[in-house]
Design a protein around this ligand. Structure first.
Ligand code: AMP
Ligand code: MG
Length: 410
């Protein structure tokens, strides 16, 4: 087993694993946040007919060549066509049809003049200016053409993609199944959140933070609750979870204390250790094992450590399982609002709040940032990565921060 490895090595090992979930068919809205597992080829033009992009009058451009403000052309209005209907009339010389946004262009018309540029009665319309043929017409297929590969296998389904699929009549789509992620919190000190606290105990918050992160990236969390620091108990829980989960996350018990038995439990459950300990803070004691085609992550129990190591290591793996091709968080350059003078030999992720003001991003830090402190993660949206033995970083320095919740998509 590799131990005390760098961040890059750890990510390398994790992203070498290829555990994509299978493609399944789901109802359109359920595909949100999933990755498309098929090419979508259009069997239609969009729009399916030439249509009017505004409310006005459909007419023949040749009829209004001489139109001026002083000497408008008057046309006879022969029909009215709202969106969703088709006029059966063909416009002849000297005629116009009143038309609403979205309606099909009537036969004979080659231009639409908007209401605002006309004067009209029930029977006639005055045109004050020339418009060349084709003006104000949305062409058939201008958005999507028959045969276009509109969405490619591998594309992330977000609101626009849902709309595109709806346009093409896809009420079901093929996507990579959302991984089922089992979460087990270990520690004799833990009680479930609905139970009262007694002396020496704390509530299990990690399961919920991690479940929330999993939900946010579009996978399915399943909480296994809390479990004592006992090899056999942890092992049993793992064995059951390995039966149905695609990935398992435990928190707590991976450090070097007397009760840190999780690594041993991984091995007793038959998993092979991939690595233990990464040279970063918080979250150093992360342990990762592999059982057949499943990964088991043992994260530190410290709430901020569990959160930050999830973001660095578990998120990319789950995204890859879901068929995504990009796993990194977006980064931006920001200006430090105040000093960060603390120096250490350790690589460190510091929680931060990054915001935009007058042309630049700025970053500030909450007062508390130890790995056991969860409260100050609220209100932060970014992480400042400080390589070991660098700094001090002073107010005004330019730094680079990772934006949490903003994965790269293309
Ligand atoms: P450990 O990683 O087991 O050494 O735990 C490190 C710290 O995190 C200890 O102070 C634990 O009490 C705390 N901790 C462990 N598991 C959880 C949990 N599920 N929720 C909140 N805090 C926890
Ligand atoms: Mg513990």
């Amino acid at each position: 087993m590799r131990s005390n490895i760098s961040l890059e090595e750890a990510l390398d090992i994790l992203l070498q694993q290829n555990f994509k979930t299978e493609a399944i068919q789901v109802p359109l809205l359920d595909s949100l946040d999933s990755v498309l597992a098929e090419d979508i080829i259009s069997d239609m033009n969009m729009p399916p007919f030439d249509k009017s992009p505004l409310d006005g009058y459909a007419l023949r451009s040749t009829d209004i060549m001489a139109a001026t403000k002083e000497d408008p052309i008057i046309l006879r209005v022969i029909d009215y066509v709202p969106a969703g209907y088709v006029s059966s009339k063909t416009i002849q010389q000297g005629e116009a049809i009143r038309i609403m946004t979205g309606a099909k262009i009537p036969m004979g018309a080659d231009v639409i003049v908007r209401f605002e540029d006309t004067e009209f009665t029930d029977t006639h319309v005055k045109i004050f200016d020339f418009l060349p043929t084709g003006s104000n017409i949305s062409r058939m297929g201008e958005d999507i053409k028959t045969g276009d590969v509109v969405l490619q296998n591998g594309c992330i389904i977000n609101a626009p993609e849902i709309g595109i699929l709806a346009t093409l009549g896809k009420s079901f789509v093929q996507v990579y199944r959302k991984p089922r992620v089992a979460i087990l919190s270990t520690g004799d000190e833990l009680v479930e959140i609905q139970h009262p606290l007694v002396d020496g105990k704390i509530r299990n918050s990690n399961s919920y933070t991690i479940a929330a992160l999993i939900k946010k990236i579009g996978a399915k969390p399943l909480l296994l609750g809390v479990c004592l620091d006992e090899i056999d108990t942890i092992k049993e829980k793992l064995e059951t979870a390995l039966g149905w989960a695609d990935l398992i996350i435990t928190t707590g018990g991976v450090s070097v204390g007397d009760c840190d038995l999780v690594k041993e439990a991984f091995q007793q459950a038959g998993a092979e250790m991939l690595f233990w300990r990464v040279r970063m803070k918080p979250g150093t004691p992360i342990a990762v094992a592999k059982y057949n085609n499943k990964l088991i992550f043992g994260l530190s129990g410290n709430p901020a450590a569990a959160y930050i190591t999830f973001e660095q290591f578990v998120r990319p793996v789950i995204l890859k399982m879901m068929g995504r091709q990009k796993f990194n968080l977006m980064k931006v350059e920001a200006i430090l609002e105040s000093d960060f003078k603390k120096m250490s030999g350790q690589n460190r992720f510091v929680r931060a709040h990054t915001y935009y003001k007058e042309g630049s991003y700025y970053t500030r830090f909450p007062e508390k940032h130890s790995s056991g402190v969860l409260s100050s993660l609220s209100g932060t949206n970014s992480l400042f990565y400080i390589p070991g033995n660098t700094g001090p970083y002073l107010a005004g320095n330019k730094i680079v921060v990772q934006l949490l919740d903003h994965p790269e998509v293309l």
